[in-house]
Design a protein around this ligand. Structure first.
Ligand SMILES: C[S@@+](CC[C@H](N)C(=O)[O-])C[C@H]1O[C@@H](n2cnc3c(N)ncnc32)[C@H](O)[C@@H]1O
Length: 422
């Protein structure tokens, strides 16, 4: 399946001479369907168009609205301050040997919020010249208008991140930055992007992008759903955070490994809960071990359909898994910790582990199982993956009842033994 793309990367097309090529709605919709982005395809099919070609003015206005929303997010996440903190020592290192101004170039600057903020609040004064570069000429024009309105000393130029030196005159005194750009560049071209800056010999480059990981994905989803108004902003914002995660194979390993460990432990303890308290014996260790193995085998078998569907599915299983793990990890980690305490420490701590964590958390378990499933369903893009998530949740919840039925069904009462009977 084709790699998923942001809508904003498809609805504009610039020729190298700065003129625009018409964007055919059917082409964009087809491309989005190819990568399974059906909701995005619907959003694009509703955009203003004439004769099947997107209306340039309406698209320009939409892009500016989307970028105003991105700017709002940057403001709320204090992006300007974070970049200022990181760059101040770098710039200070250049100042003593100064023969000219240091130039900070923001590639993929959008509306230029970062460089405008640095111009107004960077505290670097005249020693630093700020330049914003973006492929999108309508954003460059709007960034320039905003800078003039705010009297922020920033220059904006149209240019491609892959064309080195678009705003670099004195590489040794230039620092290149970007924010939210990397995930817009094709993965296989990222080395070219960094090589371009290296070959120019710029003093430093620093790129801010969403950190891959379950919390970023959930946080990104939450922020974009809660704070963005435009459907395009919501779609692209959520996808951009996910794509950042897609590029890190470690995320898949952590997600799959985490879910497997949690499912195995949950299965084993479901088996244990089925068995414990049945025989009345004081020493039931052998029964416990057997029951845990039974739970483990049952959960493994029950999870096979979900695993097959996820593996053979459309490729969004890692995202769904992240959604699940984001809910399960804060539940599973204290439970595993409490079990460790219960198995190793003194009786007072064991009592506390049971009373404070293991007991209440067992009560919460079905709710958490379903909540994790909802997390997975929300982050999945495809019905097949959502079905796999639902099957996985059902499998985990079915282990206890199945063990009860197979091995621990109450039998006929044991024959009564009279006192004094041999
Ligand atoms: C998510 S926006 C981030 C905008 C801005 N940096 C911010 O944080 O608000 C990504 C920007 O990268 C620009 N862009 C994408 N590919 C580019 C390229 N090859 N060269 C320059 N800019 C590019 C887009 O036009 C868009 O403005």
């Amino acid at each position: 399946m084709a790699e998923r793309v942001e809508i904003t990367d498809l609805i504009r097309s610039w020729r190298t001479d700065g003129t625009r090529s018409p964007v055919v709605v059917a082409d964009v919709v087809g491309r989005l369907r190819e990568s399974g982005q059906h909701r995005a395809a619907r959003i694009v099919s509703r955009l203003p168009a004439h004769g099947g070609v997107l209306d340039d003015d309406a698209t320009d206005a939409l892009i500016v609205r989307v970028h105003c929303e991105i700017q709002r997010l940057s403001e709320e996440l204090v992006q300007g301050r974070r970049v200022r903190e990181a760059l101040t020592p770098v710039i200070a290192g250049l100042a003593p040997t100064a023969t000219g101004r240091v130039r900070v170039v923001d590639v993929g600057c959008g509306l230029g919020y970062l460089v405008r903020w640095l111009a107004l609040h960077g505290r670097w004064g005249e020693a630093v010249e700020l330049v914003g570069v973006d492929l999108d000429r309508s954003l460059v024009a709007e960034a320039d208008r905003l800078a003039r309105a705010e009297n922020a000393g920033v220059r904006f130029v149209a240019g491609d991140a892959f064309v080195p030196g678009v705003a670099v005159a004195d590489p040794a005194r230039t620092v290149v930055v970007s924010s939210g750009l990397l995930h817009h560049l094709p993965v296989d071209r990222l080395p070219d992007f960094f090589a371009a800056q290296e070959s120019l010999g710029v003093h430093a480059f620093a790129h801010w992008a969403p950190a891959p990981g379950a919390l970023s994905v959930l946080g990104g989803w939450m922020f974009h759903r809660a704070r963005m108004r435009e459907p395009v902003s919501r779609h692209d914002g959520v996808l951009s955070v996910r794509r950042a995660g897609d590029r890190d194979p470690a995320v898949t390993v952590v997600v799959v490994g985490g879910l497997v460990v949690l499912a195995a432990c949950d299965g084993a303890f479901s088996g244990f809960r089925s068995s414990v308290g049945r025989s009345g014996l004081v020493d039931h260790r052998a029964d416990d071990v057997r029951a845990q193995l039974r739970g483990l085998v049952v959960v493994a078998l029950l999870l096979v359909p979900a695993a097959v569907l996820a593996l053979a599915g459309p490729g969004d299983a890692t995202e769904a898994g992240r959604g699940m793990l984001t809910v399960y990890a804060p539940y599973g980690v204290p439970v595993l910790g409490a079990l460790l305490v219960y198995g190793t420490l003194g009786w007072r701590t064991r009592f506390l582990a049971m009373a404070v964590i293991l007991g209440p958390f067992t009560l919460l378990r079905p709710v958490v199982a379903v909540a994790g499933g909802l997390g997975g369903v929300l982050l999945a893009d495809h019905v097949a993956t959502r079905v796999a998530v639902a099957l996985a949740v059902a499998a985990v919840l079915a282990v206890g009842p199945i063990c009860d039925r197979l091995w621990y069904r109450p039998g006929p009462p044991a024959p009564t033994v009279q006192a004094g009977q041999a």
